[in-house]
Design a protein around this ligand. Sequence first.
Ligand code: XMP
Length: 329
Amino acid sequence: NWSMKSFIETEIERIRNTVGPHDQVIGAVSGGVDSTVAAKLMSEAIGDRFHAILVDNGVMRMDECKNVEKILTQHLKINLTVVDASEQFLGRLAGVTDPEKKRKIIGNTFIEVFEAEAERLEKKFENVAGAGKFKYLLQGTLYPDVIESISFKGPSATIKTHHNVGGLLENMKLDLIEPLRELFKDEVRALGSVMGIDDELIWRHPFPGPGIAIRILGEVTRSQVEIVQRADKIYIEEIKKAGLYRKISQAYAALLPVRAVGVMGDNRTYEQVIALRAVETTDFMTADWFEFPYDILKHISSRIINEVPGCNRVVYDVSSKPPATIEWE
Ligand code: XMP
């Protein structure tokens, strides 16, 4: 793709001119397409002077951290640090059931952890001969994010609230660098493809910053996280097997905070309910629930009930947005 190749060359040149020959850049990565493409571009431009940071918040998909680490380091050769902060996140989430409180806790803890890691890196390079200063913060902001923040929050608020790193920019005196800010999602995908990023990552469904904490209704605990992770893994696996992943815009399993009666052999069970969600949408502002063939739902349901301890019932969410939202919280 010629136009993408020339975009990459121009952008790399621009990054090199901005950052200069010695200075360093940090940026958070999540395993999503935007942050990965931005990180790959930065890494092509300045190599290991770009430091990607992946924060394990304890509410990611099953094995997500390990998988993302593998792709970014082994496959894409991005200079990555993984910070396991799951204890810290889950500790602060204990006893919290209000969805907005969960979001705030996760957002604030993320900033704290990221900031601490950035400062640690900065210190580490302070006395390294020839090493430049940490001057820039990479963000995978896309054009629609820029528009959204201009129309709703004013031009200075180009950072989405769930990644509000404004304090970081001030404390460390970092400047923002946003190489994707003129691109739409489909262009970012094309760009990622040209740079050698796997289709699997390029076409991933969006995943919210607060992760599965907002897909566990009620209190988030390690055992609740485990139940929903297991169910979600089976669900996504079967969607992919059926060839429906690309047709669906977003799919996930949620865990309801109620117990239902079931029967297993001669015994009654009293366990939780998994709710499956799958929607089709182009803009995520409105969405239709996805019409699965019944045999696929049947197979997914029986796998989840048989394979996931703690759950004896599966329901499928047939609510469109509006008035329902895509997430349950
Ligand atoms: P709703 O539930 O509002 O979701 O219909 C629309 C889209 O936004 C995502 N979403 C979030 N993403 N932080 C995020 O980064 C959040 O707090 C959050 N809440 C919802 C949701 O996954 C869907 O793609």
